[in-house]
Ligand binder design. Structure first.
Ligand code: FAD
Length: 475
């Protein structure tokens, strides 16, 4: 057919999955084109996800620490938040990273095309070039012919159908835009994204209610770890409503009036200045004209793939949020490398055993592999080692003696199969547990590894020694 551009590999979507795939493929010698509708690379993660949320969570942590410092003998005044400067700081962080990505694409001679892509057939993608993108053929269409393709078009926030169109009702992207400092805010959805944003806005002084239709916040980690998180967060949020749903929202001039339903739901409508909908994310699979290329898209918009990340059409791969849970950047990047290597003719397969999860809240909660709750439900014979941070000198010194490090071992082989940590820095520590699982380490391997003292990471070694029955009580 007629094509304006030819390539060996086309990557659709410039998020962590897409840019990682394009860079790896280019490094392996494939002539690669990357199509992205927005002006910067980085996708949800860099522009409106992982990175801006962490930039703001860091600021929230600083505010928190300062507020609690008087107990340590140091007092600060009330925080004065300049929201414009805070927003500028967040934008600067994003800018550094997206500029870096653009440079990396250029250095690898990955050609980027800015526009919205739609499949024409199994070897052609039509791109509606984004207006104002500075491209010569602004607003026009361009057809790209490809030999192979990697779909990395990601996901977007679920928009609840009963919510009216109103600028005071936002998803995570709107919340990260930091347009206002609400007095009263409702967060719909008690998952990681909702709780991270709730943590940020609480530190800016908002009075926040969280509503979750399930019977617990933060699905993923073991409940005993979440309980510790809940205790530490008891004062942070005004109300946490479990097993309750929002049934209607009326947008009035004086605020958003929300009605709830459920056993312990507030009887009266509640008034809020801002509502964040964080009730999950849906893959963008249904919006790409994938059927034109013969690619099967599931009912919910996910695209099924094999262990090489190939769709039912073998020369078209899919990676990242669009192929399924967990919707996490590090999963997308790992899959990207598998797909790019397979496209370049290598025998790569997705064979990671575990994918860690982290809630970057205060404190952090991190988990990986099989949790205690899950193992028990599955009736698996396990041994659980729990190391309370009250026995860690560093945790006490840091004011984090409430934390816990927990490791789960297979009862017979004593090999580690899972772990969970609650406490500051948990996300930075969980990588060691993931590595131990991938390497098939047992309690002795971990316990006899010399960990630096005094550190929070030391609690992983100490937990393993608990499992091994030889805890040396080194505070
Ligand atoms: P995306 O990042 O969604 O990228 C897809 C790209 O494709 C987008 O840039 C989109 O514009 C483009 N695109 C889509 N359709 C088309 C089309 N037709 N034509 C052209 N371009 C198209 N994950 C973590 O691991 N850690 C975190 O701390 C974390 N925090 C998060 C916080 C928030 C608020 C949110 C919303 C998400 C967070 N995530 C986090 C999840 C993470 O952002 C995603 O898992 C990750 O971005 C998925 O990468 P991806 O490449 O699959 O897709």
């Amino acid at each position: 057919g007629n094509a304006d551009l030819d390539c060996e590999l086309l990557v659709l979507g410039g998020g962590p999955g897409g840019y990682s795939a394009a860079f790896r493929a280019a490094d392996l010698g494939l002539d690669t084109v990357l199509v992205e509708r927005y002006g910067t690379l980085g996708g949800v993660c860099l522009n409106v996800g992982c990175i801006p949320s962490k930039a703001l969570l860091h600021v929230a942590a600083v505010i928190d620490e300062a507020a609690h410092a008087s107990a340590l003998g140091v007092s600060f005044g009330a925080p004065q938040v300049d929201i414009d400067a805070l927003r500028a700081h967040k934008e600067k962080v994003i800018g550094k990273l997206t500029t870096g990505l653009a440079g990396m694409a250029k250095a690898r001679k990955v050609r980027t095309v800015r526009g919205v892509g739609q499949f024409v057939d199994a070897h052609h993608l039509q791109v509606e070039l984004t207006k104002g993108s500075g491209t010569e053929r602004n607003g026009e269409r361009q057809v790209i012919r490809f030999k192979q393709c990697i779909i990395a078009a990601g996901s977007q926030a679920v928009h609840l159908p009963f919510l009216p169109e109103d600028p005071r009702i936002v998803d995570s992207t709107g919340a990260l835009a930091l347009r206002s400092r609400p007095e009263r805010m409702l967060v719909i959805g008690g998952g990681i994204i909702g709780l991270e944003m709730a943590t940020v806005y609480a530190s800016l002084g908002a009075k926040i209610d969280v509503v979750e239709m399930l019977d617990g916040l933060m699905q993923g980690p073991d409940r005993d770890l979440v309980k510790i998180w809940e205790k530490q967060n008891a004062g942070r949020f005004a109300k946490v409503m479990l097993k309750i749903r929002t049934s209607s929202v009326e947008a009035r001039e004086d605020g958003l009036w929300v009605k709830f339903e459920g056993e312990h739901a507030p009887a009266e409508a509640q008034r809020y200045d801002l509502i964040l909908q964080a009730a999950g994310r849906v893959p963008n699979g249904a919006k790409l004209g994938a059927e034109q290329a013969g690619v099967a898209v599931g009912e919910r918009g996910f695209i099924a793939v094999d262990s090489q990340m190939r769709t039912n059409v073998p020369h078209i791969f899919a990676i990242g949020d669009i192929v399924g849970q967990p919707m996490l950047a590090h999963k997308a990047v790992h899959e990207a490398h598998v797909a790019a290597e397979a496209a370049a003719g290598q025998k790569s397969h997705f064979d990671a055993t575990v994918i860690p999860g982290v809630a970057y809240t205060h404190p952090e909660v991190a988990w990986v592999g099989l949790g205690e709750d899950e193992a028990k439900q599955a009736g698996r014979a396990i041994e659980v080692a729990r190391f309370p941070w009250a026995a860690s000198g560093r945790a006490i010194a840091n004011g984090a003696d409430y934390g816990v490090t927990k490791l789960v071992f297979d009862k017979e082989s004593h090999r580690i199969i899972g772990g969970g940590i609650v406490g500051p820095g948990a996300g930075d520590m969980i990588g060691e547990v993931a590595l131990a699982i991938e390497m098939g380490a047992d309690a002795l391997d971990i316990g006899r590894t010399i960990h630096p003292h005094p550190t929070l990471g030391e609690t992983i070694g100490l937990a393993a020694e608990v499992a091994h029955g030889s805890c040396t009580d080194l505070p």
